[in-house]
Design a binder for this molecule. Sequence first.
Ligand code: 5RP
Length: 224
Amino acid sequence: MNADELKAQVARAALAHVPEGAVIGVGTGSTVNHFIDALATVAGRIAGAVSSSEASSERLRRHGITVFETTAVERLPVYVDGADEIDARGYMIKGGGAALTREKIVADLADRFVCIADHSKLVDVLGRYPLPVEVIAMAAPQVARRFAEQGGTATLRRNGEGLPLLTDNGHPILDVRGLVIADPPRLEEEINQWPGVVTCGIFARHKASLCLLGTPEGVRTLTF
Ligand code: 5RP
């Protein structure tokens, strides 16, 4: 099985965690796109979804699934999303698809975070994947200097035309290479204090409740 088939496999497995009649949280990315497509086959089973990006909302609507604003819901039973890295404690790096801020907002509304990922995402220590950090543009150079003090190298993410990529919220993203994130909760808390940081892509406070991991031998379930 290639990586895409593994993603499709865990996306289908995630349907077992979707409660009947509920509004659920839906994330962003290629694994989640498979989940949305799987959800479409049982669309009548849910009341709708809250999504973490314009791209996912559009895909949900195309499948006839009602999309609610985050402001219209108080709680969600479950949030299903992918990850760029996940460790054995359920801590994650997210934001490769530039949706990290809305992902954290929707995850915060949810009782459970179901992470869906292929086995290449499971790591011993977070940090090989560049850490995405959404920032207010005027703070980007100072935030980059702070990362340099931590041994990291921050670069502005660019779009296909070479311009700074802007998130759905209109902010740029720094991708930070060279960090070894041994203590994700501590580093997340520290970065969150830096002026101009909108969202840090470490999901420690909002870690996974369980992870459905796609492997060539089938879906492995990790619970945290
Ligand atoms: C988007 C994310 C995604 O969950 C993450 O990038 C994984 O994406 P994919 O499922 O395409 O591998 O955090 O901001």
